[in-house]
Design a binder for this molecule. Structure first.
Ligand code: PHE
Length: 338
């Protein structure tokens, strides 16, 4: 027992220590040899138990020896004199976050601080969630083959398509729960457009929804105003222009004072001093009813923005295609911002 605990506690930092260990226990004049000699002298009835203990002990000592021999050997290799430790190391590439991820996370953080949760939904959607529940009339041009990638063209309303906006997630959320809702929906969306510097067949959105009793247009304005101050800095101006979306009434588009030229006129804002960043409005009562929500009791606002556009205005990126080409010369520039 004394030897067993001694062996268990043994560590060797140097080859000499290990060699001393070997001689003491495993050597030809070592303890184990000695014990085996004693083994010959014990009576036959004790032989069994003594033999068993002895074998275990021997095994333990050998294992310990091999363990340290291995670790010392591998240690020796790295100090091998055939290697030149003064050679410069091989650099390795550190990845970086994609600019769209950086901006998406920033948007999420701002809305989280206002109490919004993050909701997600499928990219392959049915007609109901992408269009019908959102009050799109049958003949609305956005349903047209021009804009929508259909996965399956069905009879009437049973089309399956790639979602054209994340408003579909708003529908899913409202259908499956009870107000109040306060959520943002980040995600990828698809539109059948020719690829150019200004358009792509897919892009990313963050939409938002707030439904409760007494939600008003001033809540919408204040929320989005606050968002812009957080994202683009204090003093960024906003302006709302009337617009149209089937699922909101009234609807608006929001412009901000150009973040690049600070309003003095550049080709990013086409010398107007203003750039559009999102669409918004009060949720149309029809949409609330379509999702099983009492539109007499509840009101809500919704908004939606393209992350690419928000990113362009933050980093002065003029060609949308850069986001999906994965050219490391482009991506590397965001390395410090992980
Ligand atoms: N769904 C709209 C779009 O994709 C954006 C939007 C969302 C507008 C919510 C108003 C309210 O363009």
């Amino acid at each position: 027992d004394k030897y067993t605990s001694e062996i268990k506690a043994f560590t060797a930092a140097k080859a000499e220590e290990l060699e001393a260990f070997r001689i003491k226990y495993l050597g030809t004049k070592g303890i184990i040899k000695d014990l085996f000699d004693q083994f010959k002298t014990v009576g036959p009835e004790e032989k069994r138990t003594f033999g068993k203990v002895l074998n275990q002990f021997k095994q333990l000592a050998e294992e310990k020896y091999n363990e340290f021999k291995e670790s010392l050997d591998s240690g020796v290799k790295s100090h091998d004199s055939s290697q030149d430790l003064t050679l410069p190391g091989d650099g390795f590439e550190v990845g970086s976050r994609h600019p769209l991820s950086l901006v998406r996370n920033e948007i999420i953080d701002i809305f989280k601080r206002l109490g919004f949760v993050v909701a997600e939904g499928p990219e392959i959607e049915d007609d109901w969630h992408n269009f019908s529940a959102l009050n799109f009339p049958e003949e609305h041009p956005a349903r047209d083959m021009q804009d929508t990638f259909f996965v399956r063209k069905g009879e009437g309303n049973d089309d399956i398509a790639l979602r054209t906006h994340t408003s579909s997630v708003q529908v899913r959320m409202m259908e499956s729960g009870k107000p109040p809702f306060r959520a943002i929906m980040p995600g990828r969306v698809y539109r059948n457009e020719a690829i150019s510097a200004r358009a792509h067949c897919f892009f990313h959105q963050v939409e938002g929804l707030y439904v409760d009793e007494n939600v008003s247009f001033s809540d919408l304005k204040q929320t989005l105003y606050h968002f812009v101050q957080e994202l683009y800095g204090e003093g960024t101006k906003v302006r709302f222009r009337p617009s149209y979306f089937p699922f909101t009434e009234p609807s608006a588009e929001m412009d901000i004072s150009c973040t690049i030229c600070k309003g003095s006129g550049c080709n990013m804002c086409k010398y107007s001093g203003w750039v559009e960043i999102l669409g918004c409005g009060m949720v149309d009562p029809n949409v609330l009813e379509n999702c099983g929500i009492d539109s007499k009791k509840y009101t809500g606002f919704a908004f939606g923005m393209g992350i690419e556009r928000i990113t362009n205005l933050k980093y002065v990126i003029r060609d949308l295609r850069l986001f999906s080409e994965n050219d490391v010369r482009f991506l590397k520039q965001f390395q410090t911002e992980i």
